[in-house]
Design a protein around this ligand. Sequence first.
Ligand code: ADP
Length: 279
Amino acid sequence: MDFVKRHIVSPGKTPHLKTVETDESGPFKDKDAAKQFTAETVDKIRDLQYRMFVEQKQSLLVVLQAPDAAGKDGLIRKVLGQMNPQGCRTYPFKVPSSSERAHDFLWRIHKATPAAGMVSVFNRSHYEDVLVVRVEDLVPKSVWSKRYDIINHFEEGLMERGTKILKFYLHISPEEQLSRFKKRLENPDKHWKLNVGDYAARDKWKDYREAYEEVLDKCSTRDAPWFVIPADHKWYRDASVASIVHDTLVKMDPQMPPVDVDLDEVRQLYERELNQQRG
Ligand code: ADP
Protein backbone atom coordinates (compact mmCIF):
# COMPACT_ATOMS: atom_id res chain seq x y z
CA MET A 1 0.00 0.00 0.00
CA ASP A 2 1.20 3.51 -0.82
CA PHE A 3 0.82 5.31 2.52
CA VAL A 4 2.07 8.59 1.03
CA LYS A 5 -0.72 8.68 -1.54
CA ARG A 6 -3.28 7.54 0.99
CA HIS A 7 -2.59 10.17 3.64
CA ILE A 8 -0.99 13.17 1.93
CA VAL A 9 -2.95 16.42 1.91
CA SER A 10 -2.57 17.63 -1.66
CA PRO A 11 -2.71 21.38 -2.13
CA GLY A 12 -6.29 22.43 -2.80
CA LYS A 13 -7.69 19.13 -1.50
CA THR A 14 -7.91 19.64 2.24
CA PRO A 15 -10.18 17.02 3.77
CA HIS A 16 -12.90 17.78 6.31
CA LEU A 17 -11.30 16.13 9.32
CA LYS A 18 -14.68 15.11 10.67
CA THR A 19 -15.11 12.79 7.70
CA VAL A 20 -11.62 11.27 7.80
CA GLU A 21 -11.56 7.85 9.49
CA THR A 22 -9.50 7.67 12.66
CA ASP A 23 -9.48 3.86 12.98
CA GLU A 24 -8.12 2.75 9.65
CA SER A 25 -6.18 -0.52 9.67
CA GLY A 26 -4.88 -0.49 6.09
CA PRO A 27 -3.48 -3.65 4.55
CA PHE A 28 -2.62 -5.30 7.87
CA LYS A 29 -4.46 -8.46 8.84
CA ASP A 30 -3.73 -7.84 12.51
CA LYS A 31 -1.66 -5.85 14.98
CA ASP A 32 1.28 -8.28 14.79
CA ALA A 33 1.51 -7.97 11.01
CA ALA A 34 1.66 -4.18 11.34
CA LYS A 35 4.31 -4.39 14.07
CA GLN A 36 6.41 -6.71 11.91
CA PHE A 37 6.13 -4.29 8.99
CA THR A 38 7.14 -1.38 11.23
CA ALA A 39 10.17 -3.21 12.61
CA GLU A 40 11.40 -4.06 9.10
CA THR A 41 10.77 -0.53 7.87
CA VAL A 42 12.58 1.02 10.82
CA ASP A 43 15.67 -1.07 9.94
CA LYS A 44 15.56 0.27 6.40
CA ILE A 45 15.11 3.83 7.67
CA ARG A 46 18.21 3.41 9.83
CA ASP A 47 20.32 2.34 6.82
CA LEU A 48 19.18 5.33 4.77
CA GLN A 49 19.66 7.70 7.71
CA TYR A 50 23.24 6.43 8.05
CA ARG A 51 23.86 7.25 4.39
CA MET A 52 22.39 10.71 4.81
CA PHE A 53 24.52 11.30 7.92
CA VAL A 54 27.69 10.35 6.04
CA GLU A 55 26.69 12.20 2.87
CA GLN A 56 26.27 15.47 4.86
CA LYS A 57 24.31 17.24 2.14
CA GLN A 58 20.60 16.82 2.85
CA SER A 59 18.59 16.79 6.05
CA LEU A 60 15.13 15.78 7.21
CA LEU A 61 12.67 17.64 9.40
CA VAL A 62 9.71 15.70 10.82
CA VAL A 63 6.96 17.80 12.41
CA LEU A 64 4.44 16.14 14.74
CA GLN A 65 1.20 17.76 15.79
CA ALA A 66 -1.75 16.11 17.48
CA PRO A 67 -4.42 16.38 20.15
CA ASP A 68 -3.34 15.18 23.60
CA ALA A 69 -2.86 11.43 23.93
CA ALA A 70 -2.86 10.91 20.16
CA GLY A 71 0.54 9.26 20.45
CA LYS A 72 3.36 11.65 19.56
CA ASP A 73 5.48 10.20 22.36
CA GLY A 74 4.77 6.61 21.36
CA LEU A 75 5.54 7.30 17.72
CA ILE A 76 8.85 8.89 18.69
CA ARG A 77 9.72 6.00 21.00
CA LYS A 78 8.81 3.24 18.58
CA VAL A 79 9.69 4.69 15.19
CA LEU A 80 11.45 8.05 14.89
CA GLY A 81 13.59 7.65 17.99
CA GLN A 82 14.90 4.38 16.63
CA MET A 83 17.23 6.25 14.29
CA ASN A 84 20.91 6.56 15.19
CA PRO A 85 20.98 9.27 17.89
CA GLN A 86 24.25 10.61 16.47
CA GLY A 87 22.26 11.94 13.54
CA CYS A 88 18.82 12.52 15.01
CA ARG A 89 17.52 14.99 17.59
CA THR A 90 14.07 15.37 19.07
CA TYR A 91 12.84 18.80 20.16
CA PRO A 92 9.73 19.27 22.30
CA PHE A 93 8.09 22.69 22.00
CA LYS A 94 6.20 23.71 25.11
CA VAL A 95 4.61 26.96 26.28
CA PRO A 96 7.23 29.56 25.26
CA SER A 97 9.52 30.87 28.02
CA SER A 98 9.69 34.61 28.67
CA SER A 99 12.86 34.88 26.61
CA GLU A 100 11.25 32.93 23.75
CA ARG A 101 8.20 35.16 23.94
CA ALA A 102 10.45 38.20 23.68
CA HIS A 103 11.45 37.08 20.16
CA ASP A 104 9.53 36.33 16.99
CA PHE A 105 7.73 32.97 17.07
CA LEU A 106 10.23 31.26 14.75
CA TRP A 107 13.29 32.16 16.80
CA ARG A 108 13.24 29.03 18.98
CA ILE A 109 12.23 26.89 16.00
CA HIS A 110 15.02 27.92 13.65
CA LYS A 111 17.68 26.89 16.15
CA ALA A 112 16.29 23.35 16.17
CA THR A 113 16.22 22.79 12.40
CA PRO A 114 18.51 20.03 11.17
CA ALA A 115 22.06 20.67 9.97
CA ALA A 116 23.22 18.89 6.82
CA GLY A 117 23.15 15.13 7.38
CA MET A 118 20.85 15.35 10.40
CA VAL A 119 17.24 14.56 11.25
CA SER A 120 15.17 16.80 13.55
CA VAL A 121 11.91 15.58 15.01
CA PHE A 122 9.63 18.32 16.33
CA ASN A 123 7.28 17.22 19.11
CA ARG A 124 4.88 20.14 18.55
CA SER A 125 6.26 22.97 16.50
CA HIS A 126 5.83 26.45 14.99
CA TYR A 127 2.31 25.31 14.10
CA GLU A 128 1.29 25.78 17.74
CA ASP A 129 1.48 29.47 16.92
CA VAL A 130 -1.55 29.12 14.64
CA LEU A 131 -3.25 26.35 16.68
CA VAL A 132 -3.29 26.76 20.47
CA VAL A 133 -2.49 30.44 20.04
CA ARG A 134 -5.52 30.89 17.79
CA VAL A 135 -7.97 28.72 19.71
CA GLU A 136 -6.99 30.10 23.12
CA ASP A 137 -6.92 33.67 21.80
CA LEU A 138 -3.35 34.23 22.96
CA VAL A 139 -2.65 36.90 20.33
CA PRO A 140 -5.08 38.87 18.15
CA LYS A 141 -6.28 37.44 14.84
CA SER A 142 -4.42 40.21 13.02
CA VAL A 143 -1.20 38.65 14.34
CA TRP A 144 -1.78 34.88 13.94
CA SER A 145 -3.49 35.18 10.56
CA LYS A 146 -0.25 36.48 8.99
CA ARG A 147 1.70 33.50 10.26
CA TYR A 148 0.65 30.97 7.60
CA ASP A 149 2.56 32.92 4.94
CA ILE A 150 5.47 33.48 7.30
CA ILE A 151 5.62 29.74 8.00
CA ASN A 152 5.50 28.86 4.30
CA HIS A 153 8.36 31.23 3.53
CA PHE A 154 10.36 29.90 6.45
CA GLU A 155 9.91 26.32 5.28
CA GLU A 156 10.82 27.29 1.70
CA GLY A 157 14.07 28.70 3.04
CA LEU A 158 14.87 25.44 4.81
CA MET A 159 14.12 23.42 1.68
CA GLU A 160 16.37 25.71 -0.35
CA ARG A 161 19.22 24.59 1.92
CA GLY A 162 18.45 20.88 1.30
CA THR A 163 16.01 20.07 4.12
CA LYS A 164 13.11 17.79 3.30
CA ILE A 165 10.06 18.50 5.46
CA LEU A 166 7.34 16.02 6.46
CA LYS A 167 4.46 17.13 8.69
CA PHE A 168 2.19 14.66 10.44
CA TYR A 169 -1.14 15.31 12.11
CA LEU A 170 -2.12 12.34 14.29
CA HIS A 171 -5.86 12.05 13.95
CA ILE A 172 -7.75 10.37 16.82
CA SER A 173 -11.40 10.34 17.77
CA PRO A 174 -12.58 12.06 20.98
CA GLU A 175 -13.79 8.63 22.19
CA GLU A 176 -10.34 7.08 21.78
CA GLN A 177 -8.77 10.08 23.49
CA LEU A 178 -11.06 9.68 26.50
CA SER A 179 -10.29 5.99 26.71
CA ARG A 180 -6.56 6.81 26.76
CA PHE A 181 -7.14 9.42 29.49
CA LYS A 182 -8.83 6.65 31.49
CA LYS A 183 -5.82 4.36 31.07
CA ARG A 184 -3.56 7.17 32.26
CA LEU A 185 -5.69 7.56 35.37
CA GLU A 186 -5.53 3.84 36.08
CA ASN A 187 -1.78 3.52 35.60
CA PRO A 188 0.38 5.24 38.28
CA ASP A 189 3.35 5.18 35.87
CA LYS A 190 1.36 7.47 33.60
CA HIS A 191 0.14 9.87 36.27
CA TRP A 192 2.88 12.34 35.39
CA LYS A 193 1.06 12.84 32.09
CA LEU A 194 -2.21 13.90 33.71
CA ASN A 195 -3.17 17.46 32.96
CA VAL A 196 -6.38 19.30 33.77
CA GLY A 197 -5.90 21.43 30.65
CA ASP A 198 -6.25 18.33 28.44
CA TYR A 199 -9.87 18.04 29.55
CA ALA A 200 -10.51 21.75 28.91
CA ALA A 201 -9.19 21.35 25.35
CA ARG A 202 -11.86 18.68 24.71
CA ASP A 203 -14.53 21.39 24.99
CA LYS A 204 -12.82 23.12 22.09
CA TRP A 205 -12.50 20.04 19.88
CA LYS A 206 -14.37 21.72 17.03
CA ASP A 207 -12.30 24.92 17.27
CA TYR A 208 -9.09 22.91 17.14
CA ARG A 209 -10.41 20.93 14.19
CA GLU A 210 -11.09 24.14 12.30
CA ALA A 211 -7.67 25.49 13.21
CA TYR A 212 -6.04 22.26 11.97
CA GLU A 213 -8.04 22.38 8.75
CA GLU A 214 -6.77 25.87 8.06
CA VAL A 215 -3.21 24.73 8.69
CA LEU A 216 -3.65 21.85 6.26
CA ASP A 217 -5.26 24.13 3.72
CA LYS A 218 -2.69 26.92 3.85
CA CYS A 219 0.50 25.06 4.69
CA SER A 220 0.37 21.67 2.97
CA THR A 221 2.58 22.44 0.01
CA ARG A 222 3.87 20.18 -2.74
CA ASP A 223 7.36 20.02 -1.23
CA ALA A 224 6.50 20.28 2.47
CA PRO A 225 3.28 18.27 2.71
CA TRP A 226 1.06 17.50 5.66
CA PHE A 227 -0.19 13.96 6.23
CA VAL A 228 -3.31 13.10 8.21
CA ILE A 229 -2.55 9.84 10.01
CA PRO A 230 -5.43 7.79 11.44
CA ALA A 231 -4.16 7.19 14.96
CA ASP A 232 -6.80 5.27 16.92
CA HIS A 233 -4.73 2.13 16.28
CA LYS A 234 -1.24 2.77 17.55
CA TRP A 235 0.16 0.06 15.30
CA TYR A 236 -1.36 1.66 12.19
CA ARG A 237 -0.01 5.08 13.20
CA ASP A 238 3.51 3.66 13.60
CA ALA A 239 3.43 1.60 10.40
CA SER A 240 2.10 4.38 8.19
CA VAL A 241 4.48 7.05 9.46
CA ALA A 242 7.43 4.63 9.22
CA SER A 243 6.48 3.86 5.64
CA ILE A 244 6.16 7.54 4.65
CA VAL A 245 9.51 8.42 6.24
CA HIS A 246 11.11 5.46 4.51
CA ASP A 247 9.70 6.33 1.07
CA THR A 248 10.87 9.91 1.52
CA LEU A 249 14.42 8.86 2.37
CA VAL A 250 14.46 6.53 -0.63
CA LYS A 251 13.51 9.47 -2.85
CA MET A 252 16.16 11.66 -1.25
CA ASP A 253 18.59 8.92 -2.30
CA PRO A 254 21.52 9.80 -0.02
CA GLN A 255 24.87 8.64 -1.40
CA MET A 256 28.04 7.55 0.33
CA PRO A 257 30.73 10.15 -0.46
CA PRO A 258 33.46 9.14 -2.93
CA VAL A 259 36.52 7.56 -1.31
CA ASP A 260 39.30 10.14 -1.18
CA VAL A 261 42.11 7.90 0.06
CA ASP A 262 44.26 5.52 -1.93
CA LEU A 263 42.82 2.13 -0.95
CA ASP A 264 45.98 0.29 -2.06
CA GLU A 265 48.05 2.49 0.20
CA VAL A 266 45.76 1.81 3.18
CA ARG A 267 45.86 -1.92 2.47
CA GLN A 268 49.67 -1.84 2.42
CA LEU A 269 49.71 0.03 5.73
CA TYR A 270 47.39 -2.57 7.19
CA GLU A 271 49.58 -5.46 5.94
CA ARG A 272 52.67 -3.79 7.41
CA GLU A 273 51.00 -3.41 10.82
CA LEU A 274 49.79 -7.00 10.71
CA ASN A 275 53.26 -8.31 9.89
CA GLN A 276 54.83 -6.22 12.64
CA GLN A 277 52.30 -7.51 15.13
CA ARG A 278 53.07 -11.11 14.14
CA GLY A 279 56.75 -10.30 14.69
P1 ADP B 1 2.89 17.39 25.30
O1 ADP B 1 1.41 17.55 25.44
O2 ADP B 1 3.41 17.82 23.96
O3 ADP B 1 3.37 16.01 25.68
P2 ADP B 1 2.98 19.23 27.48
O4 ADP B 1 1.92 18.50 28.21
O5 ADP B 1 4.12 19.81 28.26
O6 ADP B 1 3.61 18.37 26.33
O7 ADP B 1 2.26 20.39 26.65
C1 ADP B 1 2.93 21.36 26.01
C2 ADP B 1 1.99 22.54 25.92
O8 ADP B 1 2.67 23.65 25.34
C3 ADP B 1 0.79 22.27 25.06
O9 ADP B 1 -0.39 22.57 25.75
C4 ADP B 1 0.98 23.22 23.89
O10 ADP B 1 -0.24 23.67 23.32
C5 ADP B 1 1.77 24.32 24.53
N1 ADP B 1 2.50 25.12 23.54
C6 ADP B 1 3.41 24.71 22.67
N2 ADP B 1 3.81 25.73 21.88
C7 ADP B 1 3.11 26.81 22.27
C8 ADP B 1 3.07 28.16 21.84
N3 ADP B 1 3.82 28.59 20.85
N4 ADP B 1 2.25 29.00 22.49
C9 ADP B 1 1.47 28.57 23.51
N5 ADP B 1 1.46 27.31 23.96
C10 ADP B 1 2.27 26.43 23.35
